[in-house]
Design a binder for this molecule. Structure first.
Ligand code: SF4
Ligand code: SF4
Length: 63
């Protein structure tokens, strides 16, 4: 499960743009992920410029 660290996220919306399930919504103060639709591709975690998205609390390895 991907988790957004709200203290690192600046709501840039980049993650939402690469989500194949279109299940990331950028709200005024936070990012909302619909886990019912998430396919755990981890695109969002890989692309976040602020490393604000983690997988189950673990570090995401960037390529
Ligand atoms: S890409 Fe990262 S910083 Fe940008 S909205 Fe998504 S979680 Fe927040
Ligand atoms: S892991 Fe993939 S499907 Fe799930 S929220 Fe991130 S980009 Fe979307």
């Amino acid at each position: 499960m991907v988790v957004v660290n709200e203290s690192l996220c600046d709501l840039c919306g980049t993650c939402a743009g690469v989500c194949p399930a279109n299940c990331i919504k950028i709200l005024e103060t936070k990012v909302l992920i619909d886990y019912n639709q998430c396919v755990e591709c981890l695109n969002c975690a890989a692309i976040c410029p602020f490393e604000a998205i983690r997988v189950s609390g673990e570090e995401v390895i960037k390529v």
